[in-house]
Design a protein around this ligand. Structure first.
Ligand SMILES: [Zn+2]
Length: 84
């Protein structure tokens, strides 16, 4: 996984802005995960893409959520419901 260290503009710590946690929480490139969550600087709407159907019938649905938690719960239930 790529590592790109940045200094957080709020608290000054160095963090990996390429990390999964940073990607999932959003915010600006120079804000650490903790500050984005604490300050609520991420204002973009959360989206999740889910694939329904199989093979040629597969369709990708992009679903809008109020929060990451809602989005993750949705994806979990969706994937769990397919019964593989
Ligand atoms: Zn910070």
């Amino acid at each position: 996984m790529a590592v790109e260290m940045r200094e957080c503009k709020h608290c000054g710590i160095e963090f990996n802005c390429r990390s999964y946690a940073k990607k999932s929480v959003g915010g600006y490139i120079n804000e650490c995960v903790d500050c984005v969550e604490e300050l609520g600087t991420e204002t973009a709407v959360k989206y999740r893409g889910v694939v329904s159907g199989d093979g040629k019938m597969a369709a990708i649905s992009i679903v809008k959520f109020e929060s990451d938690a809602d989005a993750d719960a949705y994806v979990r239930s969706f994937n769990g419901g397919k019964g593989d």
